[in-house]
Design a protein around this ligand. Structure first.
Ligand SMILES: [Zn+2]
Length: 380
């Protein structure tokens, strides 16, 4: 075959196309529903009624009232989105991608709600505390605190958050462990650990990730991957994750998030002041009835930035792929692993250009396969 030969990528099945199209729409509708709720609360003034209700329930205690308001808001949002969530649960079963029983799913919904209420409550309390202490510079101080919280959470997530939803255990496979040590030695780095991620309790899909910071930095590999892929294929996945580590992708992502949230907090300050001074929607900055407005700004900003953030993520993924090509014996296992992953996860190998540009955090499988083939040709 000539060097310009087009790589044969199996076409996507109608099933894979349908599944991914429904999932995308589910995400869009979910986001739209959330935004619509926020707009409704603001436009009708119901956010002020909710605030008054929270105050009364909290016996006029500000800190407690913020907590009640947050819980009420999250509860309303959860109930409103419950139908969609359940549809998402059914969808995974319809396409034979899930192992999760309804009872376990309901339990997860409760856990998710509690975790998000706890984190959102903590975030809101801190923010309104800063607003009251320093109304002039609150956005800068709040940004600094959020960044600190974000770093702390990135560090604690593997040992505190993930185990709430999944079981993890240190990888026992000696062959794989020694392969990782060798990969790490060649990279001049050491990952603290590799963990077996019991994804099979919930899903038939396979996955792998690099998580944590500092002492909690680790690679997690789904049991659905470990049990069904050859050692060479698993090594190529490990090498990809190690590539994220070597290139410092978690740290760089925190920097990017930091810049974006700084702009976000600044914009929030501007919009809040306008809504108070000109529109007379709220009494003051510390009037927490303005929370839906802040959330709306965050929603709009993250939607607008999605293509840019995804482009940045795809850039990192390409870098991690190249690292995997470079550090393993050949690209063969990477190629077979990618094809297996696509089949197992019912992924679209060749999504439309627009879909990939807007929605995908990873390059399409077909592009990743082409890059692997190109690398393989270059080497020989
Ligand atoms: Zn990756």
């Amino acid at each position: 075959m000539g060097s310009s030969a087009k790589v044969e990528v199996p076409p996507d099945t109608p099933e894979a196309r349908r599944y991914n199209r429904i999932k995308r729409w589910l995400g869009i509708v979910d986001l739209g529903l959330g935004a619509a709720l926020l707009v409704l609360l603001l436009a009708t003034g119901w956010t002020r009624d909710l605030r008054d209700f929270a105050y009364r329930a909290a016996f006029q205690n500000y800190v407690l009232a913020v907590a009640f308001y947050i819980i009420a808001l999250l509860l309303i949002a959860k109930l409103l989105g419950l139908g969609l969530d359940y549809y998402g649960f059914r969808l995974e079963h319809r396409f034979q991608l899930s192992n999760q029983k309804l009872r376990a799913w309901i339990k997860d919904q409760f856990k998710e709600f509690l975790v998000s209420a706890l984190l959102a409550g903590l975030g809101a309390e801190l923010m309104y505390f800063v607003i009251r202490q320093s109304p002039a510079h609150w956005w800068l101080l709040a940004w600094g605190m959020f960044l600190g919280l974000f770093v702390l959470l990135a560090q604690l997530a593997p040992i505190l958050l993930f185990p709430i939803f999944y079981k993890f255990e240190p990888l026992e496979n000696e062959d794989l462990k020694s392969r990782l040590v060798k990969l790490g030695e060649r990279a001049g780095t050491r990952v603290r650990g590799v963990y077996r991620w019991k994804l099979s309790e919930k899903s038939k899909k396979a996955n792998a990730a690099l998580t944590g910071l500092g002492h909690t930095r680790r690679i997690i590999l789904a049991d659905t991957l470990l049990d069904n892929y050859t050692p060479d294929e698993i090594e190529s996945v490990l090498a990809h994750e190690l590539g994220h580590h070597v290139h410092g992708h978690i740290f760089k992502s925190i920097i990017v998030q930091g810049v974006i949230t700084l702009v976000g907090f600044w914009a929030a300050d501007r919009v809040l002041r306008y809504s108070i001074d000109r529109l007379h929607m709220f009494d003051s900055l510390s009037d927490f009835a303005n929370l839906p407005l802040l959330m709306l700004i965050a929603t709009i900003l993250s939607f607008l930035l999605m293509p840019a953030l995804n482009a940045y993520s795809r850039y990192n993924e390409r870098q991690a792929d190249r690292y995997a090509f470079k550090s393993t014996a050949g690209v063969g296992p990477f190629i077979t692993a990618m094809n297996k992953l696509a089949d197992q996860n019912l992924a679209e190998r060749s999504p439309s250009k627009f879909v990939e540009w807007f929605f995908h955090s990873h390059p399409s499988i077909s592009r990743r396969l082409e890059a692997a083939h190109a690398w393989g040709r270059m080497k020989f």
